[in-house]
Design a protein. Sequence first.
Length: 667
Amino acid sequence: MGVPKPNGQYRLVQDLRQVNKLIEAPYPVVPNPHTILSQVPKSHGWFSVIDLKDAFFSIPLDQESQKLFAFEWEDPDTHYKAQYLWTVVPQGLTCAPEIFGSQLKRDLAPFLAAHLSCNIVQYCDDLLLSTETETTCKEHTIELLNFLGAQGYKVSREKAQLVKQQVTFLGYHLCQGRRSLGKDRIQAILESPQPRNPRELRAFLGLTGFCRLWIPDYGGKAKPLYESLTKEGLLTWEWTKEKEKAFQELKEALVQPPALALPDPRKPFTLYVHERKGVASGVLCQRSGPAWQPVGYYSKVLDPVAKGWPACLRAVAATALLVQEAEKLTLGGDTEVVVPHGIPQVLGTGAGEKHLNPSRHTRYEVGLLLAPNLTFKTVSSLNPATLLPDPQVPYGASPTHDCIEVLQQETKPRPDLSDLPWPNPDVEMYVDGSSYVEDGKRFTGAAVIVKEEEVYKFKLSPNLSAQAEELVALIEALRRGIGKTINVYTDSRYAYMVVHAHGTLWKERGFITASGQRMNRTLKDTLTKLCIESGVSALQSVLLQLHRYAAPFQTLPLEQPVHSFQIGDQVLVKKWKRDPLTPRWDGPHTVSLISQAAVKVLGSDKWTHHSRVKRFLSPDSEDSLTEEDISPLSSPAPEARSDTGEDSTWEYQELEGLKGLFKRQKQ
């Protein structure tokens, strides 16, 4: 069918979804439109933009493949139906852009090798030719058009922009050394009406997200809009004054967007990073004489875990995010990172390992400290409006705080808490938990050892985790240490990290986990006991477990089993699928493991709820037959002869629930 174009013409397309399902398409290698313009040298000031006409139709199809794209067409006037097939690559083929792009790149290789004074940027079927002078631009444009014609390509006359100092390419307005947003794109955003539902809001954010490179602090401005599209925000979605303010701020930021300089890979880059309220903002700059030229603005929202960190750790996460984004333009070039925090100081000392999990610490260390092209500059402050150093503070001045000292103060639950043991404590305690399976049953417990002769044991619910077991023991140890100076010992590294790094963060967040859920009551009780006036010193001392997915309304764990099955019992398991005239119960099976509410049978790795299990009785027992064991029939069966040759009759017995039972009796 024909799809109308803006110029009044039609684009022929075909529904090829069934064909696309059978095609193993190659991995799509599509250049990033935000970074592709970095290939244009800053010294080039003359451009030509060439758009290939009916690009896919220039690739012929093999005769064996043509029959795959056959279709039926009906004349709207005569209603005559006829069958046709494509001899060239049709519109709608899933791998058509990759096939065409790679073929065009191969065809252009000889031309580029023979014309070293020009540069060509290719994005699918759009070509941007740039040179330093008008004469060379005109000559190379003519040669390129003739070359494309000889290769069988066609050029759109209406879309061609030939030998100009200012052109529009991929929605960007280009001139020598600079790029800016196209007027049509800006006008479309400014004319966008107020969103009436989440779908329209997503469409608006899609338009503005393309322009985020030109909007300083885009993440902070659009944060209320993105939060309304989360799972919680969609439940009570409404257009509020806060959303209206963010909506208008994004529009105002595009009224006069800044012109960004094209990156020059021969010069070093400078990346300014600033973090505020969980949003990382930054600007990538290059020097042009005595002044700085912005190359791109960046803004990213930190993940929920990083949002709950102290400011110094949030700065590390923000720097790692923006350095990764800036790599798309710097392409591994020398970059100086300016940030008002000591990034090498935090990651290069034990503070990083103490406050970050191993995977995050390794990722940040490899991406920041071990990168050979990165250097760090610590300044006292950054201007949030420009993301540049405060002009009132001398550049390179020492920071106003020590990140290591600040982290120690912010993550310490009480001032007398130490990771060194007290020299003369009143009591020394050791806590531990245990969980094991014996004869198919799980046994769980905890213990607090004050002295060799004082051992306090606790039998706990088998549903508790290993961390929760030691948590109960820790609570008991802290209760027994009220009013005393004590040392509490445990073998858990996680406990040490909780007390000396994470406990205060949870308290400052109101005992809310990083995912936004409430912490369980046991954890809050433990942290409260830790802060009771009893000089507690912890040397690998406190074992706390943050149940990330626990909520106050969860049901309490079962203390006793709700069934009577034992290991070794013969049972039947009820089938999920109900087939007519087939048994509903499968088995017999042998019970291998049991829990409070489920059993596991031999030959299966899954647990089965006790409500779908019943005991297996021998076939001779009359109790072995139930209503669900027998398939329903509507009439008695005729007389029959058994397999042994003995005469037998069938007796029909009515049961409850409109079901019947046949029982064979020997004569």
